[in-house]
Design a protein around this ligand. Structure first.
Ligand SMILES: Nc1ncnc2c1ncn2[C@@H]1O[C@H](COP(=O)(O)OP(=O)(O)OP(=O)(O)O)[C@@H](O)[C@H]1O
Ligand SMILES: [Mg+2]
Length: 343
């Protein structure tokens, strides 16, 4: 690992690095660098030059914001593959930044700058509601991705196993550990008491484990893998999709399940949820029962797990979402189809 260049926020060293990659044009000089927006996992930088601006993103063997937490160092390369695969589909490509270059040696992406937008995490704030047009774009992107990039249509593979294993721990395991280092009452007083009966319910945990195995199994469609408001960018040219570092071939129900969970936690009107499903089903098939199970799991893990969100919903609303999710998970009967292994 010693010969990997460790990028730092220093104009001179960044310029030298960009030069070594031949990513700078003739007479191009770096004039400023800045953090482009909120991010935890990677070292992400906006580089401004005398000619333009662009983004560079380096993955390291740890989580940038929490260096004590290990993470797969090669994740930028999985993300790059996603950009390469979708580049043949203009409707998908137009909704993402262009990938301008990849440094396979140092795990760095060189991306088009979509400008000074913000991601959609503002949706968790009170009173913020997605416009139909935005919802349609978000759902259409996912439906097109899931139906354009399938096993039947492409030879490509993208197991992204290490990232999936990392996500699996956060979604399906850590929230249910007796001691996971998280003080839920510090997040919202009363949350610990609400969580307790769920954390000790063996039937619930058994069903969540089954869904976890399903998540780890390869599926038929290319998924973005982290399809929530943090990956949707409000740019001056409309909504754009970023950060597919958790991508893999899986079941679309996982992706849409996650999206719906976030719409619910962002307290979007029921009408928005219904429309989201309708928009999706107009373009691609969806097993709603399975989608609801993944929605339930995502609600559980975001309310009780380590990857907390800037939620503003009150304790009572969280309690109701958990109760609703519990009903879905406790009554589930789906069995895993072990014959589907593509990896
Ligand atoms: N191509 C881009 N154009 C403009 N802004 C961008 C671009 N890529 C990233 N950003 C900004 O940088 C932020 C962090 O980027 P990104 O989400 O890709 O990093 P990350 O480290 O993977 O974050 P996370 O920890 O949320 O996974 C984004 O929320 C966005 O504000
Ligand atoms: Mg990310």
């Amino acid at each position: 690992m010693n010969n990997i260049i460790h990028l730092t926020a220093n104009i001179k060293t960044i310029e030298k690095y960009l030069d070594s990659q031949s990513w700078l044009k003739t007479d191009e000089k770096v004039t400023a660098i800045e953090v482009p927006g909120d991010g935890n996992m990677n070292f992400t930088l906006r580089v401004k030059t005398n000619k333009r601006s662009f983004i560079i993103k380096q993955s390291r063997e740890y989580v940038e914001k929490y260096p004590q937490v290990e993470a797969p160092i090669e994740r930028a390369l999985g993300e790059a593959k996603f950009y390469e695969f979708i580049s043949h589909y203009s409707s998908l490509k137009n909704q993402m930044p262009n990938l301008l270059g990849v440094d396979n040696q140092n795990y760095v992406l060189y991306l088009e700058d979509l400008g000074n937008g913000t991601d959609y995490t503002f949706l968790y704030e009170k009173g913020r509601v997605l416009k139909d047009e935005e919802l349609s774009k978000i759902i259409t992107f996912a439906a097109d991705l899931h139906s354009d990039l399938t096993r039947q249509k492409t030879e490509i593979t993208l197991p992204n196993c290490q990232m999936r294993e990392l996500n699996h721990k956060h979604i399906f395991i850590y929230p249910y550990l007796k001691e996971n280092g998280l003080d839920l009452d510090a997040i919202l007083p009363g949350l610990q008491g609400i969580a307790e009966p769920y954390k000790t319910n063996e039937r619930l945990k058994g069903n969540i484990e089954k869904l976890g195995k399903r998540y780890l199994q390869d599926g038929n469609s290319l998924l973005h893998g982290d399809y929530f408001p943090g990956s949707w960018l409000k740019s001056k040219n409309g909504i754009k999709i970023i950060d597919p570092e958790f991508c893999f071939f899986g079941e679309p129900e996982f992706e849409i399940g996650v999206t719906i969970a976030h719409l619910k936690m962002a307290n979007q009107p029921e009408e928005i949820i219904t429309k989201a499903i309708r928009f999706y089903k107009e373009r691609a098939p969806l097993n709603e029962e399975l989608q609801q199970q993944f929605t339930a799991v995502e609600i559980f893990r975001r309310i009780l797990g380590l990857a907390q969100l800037p939620l503003t919903i009150a304790l009572e609303k969280r309690k109701n979402l958990l109760a609703e999710s519990f009903e879905v998970l406790i009554t589930m009967e789906n069995e895993i189809n072990h014959s589907v292994v593509y990896r």
